[in-house]
Ligand binder design. Structure first.
Ligand code: UGA
Length: 437
C-alpha cells in the first residue's frame, strides 16, 4: 500500500521504517528539516536498537523516503498521524496542538477513499472530534484510531510483531473500509497470529490510557511495597518474585526502584486524570494521583538514602550517577528519574558526575549544570558514592573489585536492584538496594 506517516519522532520514524519493511511504499513527513535530512541519510535521530540497520535496509529498496513537505502525503491511501502529545506546561492535560495542526494540514492532501489513522496517545473524545472535521471537509475519507503500544528500546520488534492491534473505527461502511485498509497494512503480522480487536473510537483511545495507567500502577504498587519493606526489614525483590508467581499477578513490571519516567507513563496518567475531570469522572481516577505521588516520592527517597550512604551530609561529596536515560537501551531523558535525582543531589551540595552510554547529549541539554563524563571508569574516579540509576548492561556487569580500584569510598546505591548484593558486600562495599535490608 502507499502510506504516509506524519511525525517522525520515536513513534513515527520507527513506524515508517517498519511499514516499508512490511512491503509498503512509505513517505515519512516531519516539520523538522534536520530530522528529515538525518533519516533520509539513513541515520536515526535518536538511539533505538535495530533502527539504523532497518533504515539502511529499507531505504535501499526505494520504498521509503522522508520529506518535510506535507504535500508529499498526496497519493498515499493510508495516512498515519504519529505526532507527540506532551504534557501542557503548568497543567496535567495533554497538549493537542501538534495533533490538531498535523491533522488540519493533512486535509488538503487527502483524496477520495483515503484512510487517516491516528496513532498518537490522545484524550478520549479526540477521534470523534477530528472525525467531525473530516466529515465536514473530506466526507469521502475515513478516520480510524489505532493506538501504539511500542516500548522504547524494543520499538522495531514491537512494531513488526506487536501483542495486539486495536482499531477504533466508526459504525457502518466507513468503519468496514478503515478495518479492511488496516488489515491490509498489517497483513504480515496478522497472518503470523497477532490478535486484533475492532472497537469504537472512545474504547480504542481508552485502551491506550488504561494500559499505561495499569503499568504505572503496577510499578507504583511495588514501590509502595518497597517503602513498607524498608521499615520492616523485608526484601521487596523476594516479595515481587513470590507474588509474581501467581499468574494473575505476573512478575513483569514489578521491579521496585527509582520509579517510572519517560515521555509516556508520567504524562499519560496525568492527561488521563485531567480528561476524566473534564468528563465529570475524576473520582474514578483519583488513585492515579497516588500512583504519581508514590513515583515522585521514590526520587526524594533516593536522595535521602544517598545522604545517609555518604555519612549524613551531601556537601562536597563526589557522587557518580550511572545512567541518565529513563531506562536502558534508550537515549531518552524525558522525565528521567535518574537525571532528576542527579539534579537534586547537586542542588543539595554534592558534586555530581553523570555518565551514560547514549544519553549524555540529551541530558546536557536539559541539565547543563551537571558534570558529564562519557567514560565509565573516569566517571567513577574518586567517587564517595556510586548510584546505579539506569540498568544498562555495562553497569550491571561492573565488578566490585574493578570499581573499588577507582572510587574514594566504597559506597554503592543500587537504584534498580540489579547488582549481586552479596558479592558487593563481600568485596567490602557499603551496598544499599531499594526496599531491601
Ligand atoms: C511505555 C509502555 O510500556 C508502552 O507499552 C507504551 O507504548 C509507551 O509507554 C507509550 O505510551 O508510547 P516506555 O515509555 O518505552 O513504554 O517504557 P517502559 O518500558 O514502559 O518503562 C517506563 C518506565 O518504568 C521506565 O522508567 C522504567 O525504568 C520503569 N519501570 C519499568 C520500573 O521502574 N519498573 C518496572 O518493573 C518496569
Amino acid at each position: 500500500m502507499r502510506i504516509s506517516v506524519i511525525g517522525c519522532g520515536y513513534l513515527g520514524a520507527v513506524h515508517a521504517a517498519c511499514m516499508a519493511k512490511l512491503g509498503h511504499d512509505v513517505v515519512g513527513i516531519d516539520v523538522d528539516a534536520r530530522k528529515i535530512d538525518e533519516l533520509q541519510a539513513g541515520r536515526a535521530p535518536f538511539f533505538e536498537p535495530a533502527l539504523p540497520e532497518l533504515l539502511e535496509e529499507v531505504l535501499a529498496t526505494g520504498r521509503l523516503k522522508f520529506t518535510s513537505s506535507m504535500a508529499d502525503a498526496k497519493g498515499a491511501e493510508v495516512h498515519f498521524l504519529c505526532v507527540g502529545t506532551p504534557q501542557r506546561k503548568g497543567e496535567y492535560a495533554a497538549d493537542m496542538q501538534y495533533v490538531d495542526s498535523a491533522f488540519m494540514s493533512l486535509l488538503d492532501s487527502l483524496e477520495p477513499g483515503n484512510v487517516v489513522v491516528g496513532k498518537s496517545t490522545v484524550p478520549v473524545g479526540t477521534a470523534a472530534r477530528l472525525a467531525d472535521i473530516l466529515a465536514a471537509r473530506r466526507p469521502d475519507a475515513v478516520l480510524a484510531w489505532n493506538p501504539e503500544f511500542l516500548r522504547e528500546g524494543f520499538a522495531v520488534k514491537d512494531t513488526l510483531s506487536p501483542d495486539r492491534f486495536v482499531y477504533g473505527v466508526p459504525h457502518g461502511e466507513g468503519g468496514s473500509r478503515a478495518t479492511s485498509a488496516l488489515d491490509e497494512v498489517y497483513s504480515t503480522p496478522l497472518s503470523l497470529g497477532t490478535r486484533r480487536l475492532v472497537a469504537d473510537y472512545g474504547t480504542a483511545e481508552l485502551v491506550k490510557a488504561a494500559a499505561n495507567s495499569f503499568l504505572a500502577t503496577k510499578i507504583s504498587f511495588i514501590n509502595a511495597m518497597a517503602e513498607v519493606c524498608e521499615v520492616t526489614g523485608a526484601d521487596v525483590t523476594v516479595l515481587a518474585d513470590a507474588i509474581g508467581m501467581d499468574e494473575r499477578i505476573g512478575r513483569t513490571f514489578l521491579n521496585a526502584g527509582i520509579g517510572f519516567g519517560g515521555g509516556c507513563l508520567p504524562k499519560d496518567i496525568r492527561a488521563f486524570m485531567a480528561r476524566a475531570g473534564e468528563l465529570g469522572a475524576d473520582q474514578a481516577l483519583t488513585f492515579l494521583r497516588e500512583v504519581d505521588d508514590i513515583n515522585v516520592r521514590r526520587r526524594i527517597r533516593v536522595v535521602e538514602l544517598t545522604r545517609r550512604l555518604v555519612g549524613g551530609s551531601l556537601l562536597g561529596k563526589r557522587i557518580t550517577v550511572l545512567g541518565a536515560a529513563f531506562k536502558p537501551n534508550s537515549d531518552d531523558v524525558r522525565d528521567s528519574p535518574a537525571l532528576n535525582i542527579a539534579a537534586q543531589l547537586q542542588l543539595q551540595g554534592a558534586e555530581v558526575t553523570v555518565t551514560d552510554p547514549q544519553a549524555i547529549t540529551g541530558a546536557q541539554a536539559r541539565f547543563p549544570e551537571l558534570a558529564y563524563e562519557r567514560d565509565t571508569s573516569a566517571a567513577m574516579s574518586s567517587a564517595d558514592a556510586l548510584l546505579l540509576l539506569t540498568e544498562w548492561e555495562e553497569y550491571k556487569a561492573l565488578t566490585p573489585h574493578h570499581a573499588a580500584s577507582l572510587v574514594r569510598t566504597k559506597n554503592i546505591l543500587d537504584g534498580r536492584n540489579v547488582l549481586d548484593r552479596d558479592m558487593w558486600r563481600a568485596g567490602g562495599w557499603n551496598y544499599k538496594g531499594i526496599g531491601r535490608p
